[in-house]
Design a protein around this ligand. Structure first.
Ligand SMILES: *[C@@H]1O[C@H](CO)[C@@H](O)[C@H](O)[C@H]1NC(C)=O
Length: 327
């Protein structure tokens, strides 16, 4: 057989089997029709189940569509984990409180209040390095509840239901945990974040100062033990930490891959905006009451991030950590 002949033979086979299938179906239908006729003769009334079921299905579908669209309207995805974003921004009018607070620092006033998200400032390698640094630190402690923090500036590390100083702990051990290279990566990343924040809000980079607390966070599904574990309450950063003027976050793990739940949500009466964490993603916003927010509870896995906070008030400035912290 040549290839052509074989093809033709196959086609014929296919055609034959299709025909016999049709034939079978026709027979089945006839049988069904006959059965139905008999049923009709047997009883004068029969519940129209098909109609009932199909109507039920249609109304469920409608309900679902209404529910889905109403949800969609109020829940806007500002940054999806799946997209690699250059720079996206959302403007929000500055709150009165924020305007008043920042008026003392003329050169630090943003050209507009709002939010930004970018995936191109911090490389995946830098983010992976920072994740390793965070994990080395958390290995020496960790909260019993769902959320742990590690602040490389003050040395604060969650430990059971409280905090210890990680540098004191390291000093009592023989080996060094963090290297000069670790601190170099850390400073480099925070400088890049400072630059994008200053650029986006239209202020000189020298008018921003790193401030306290700047820390790694680790969120798990463990049940909260203290109020420090309850990260899911809506709050305004400037109210929690008066030194904050600009808040930024660097995500060190991926929403939908490393963990579920745990999206960042900007809350407002008209529209809630979510930022889905993505390795190396930077999200930043003005810290006033124009930006109330919360983090959803983590449902599975572990979520890592670095909070980098900036102030306009030089008296709240802090410097980058170095190995001198424990040497
Ligand atoms: C935004 O989220 C908050 C908190 O979950 C909720 O109370 C509020 O109704 C939401 N806003 C909209 C417009 O859906």
């Amino acid at each position: 057989m040549t290839l052509h002949q074989r093809k033709a033979a196959n086609k014929k086979k296919l055609y034959d089997s299709k025909e016999s299938f049709k034939e079978n179906n026709r027979e089945k239908k006839n049988v069904k029709a006959n059965e139905q006729n008999e049923n009709c003769q047997d009883k004068s009334f029969k519940m129209p189940w098909k109609k009932v079921i199909s109507r039920f299905m249609i109304s469920m579908l409608l309900l679902f569509v209404v529910y889905w669209t109403s949800n969609k309207e109020n829940f806007h995805v500002l940054a999806s984990q799946k997209d690699k974003l250059q720079l996206i921004t959302a403007e929000v009018p500055c709150s009165q409180m924020y305007k008043k607070e920042i008026s003392r620092f003329k050169e630090c006033i943003p050209k507009q209040c709002g939010r930004l998200v970018t995936d191109i400032v911090i490389t995946p390698e830098e983010a992976a390095n920072l994740l390793q640094i965070a994990k080395k630190g958390f290995a020496l402690g960790g909260s019993l509840g769902g959320a742990s923090i590690l602040d490389l500036h003050s040395g604060a590390l969650s430990y059971a239901n409280s905090f210890i100083n990680i540098y004191e702990k390291i000093s009592t051990q023989n080996k060094n945990v963090f290297t000069t290279e670790d601190f170099k990566v850390y400073s480099n990343v925070r400088n890049k974040i400072q630059q994008i924040v200053a650029y986006n809000f239209g202020i000189p980079v020298t008018k921003l100062y790193l401030t306290h607390p700047t820390f790694f966070s680790e969120m798990t599904t463990r049940v909260a033990k203290t109020k420090h574990d309850e990260y899911w309450h809506i709050h305004v950063d400037k109210e929690t930490y008066p030194s904050f003027y600009y808040t930024s976050l660097l995500y060190l793990s991926d929403y939908g891959i490393d963990f579920s739940g745990g999206r960042f949500v900007f809350v407002s009466n008209s529209k809630n905006m979510t930022v889905e964490p993505r390795l190396g993603r930077v999200s930043a916003f003005t810290s006033g009451s124009e930006n109330p927010h919360y983090v959803e509870r983590v449902n599975s896995g572990t979520r890592y991030a670095l909070t980098v906070s900036f102030t306009c008030d030089p008296k709240f400035a802090i410097s980058d950590p170095t190995t001198s912290k424990f040497q």
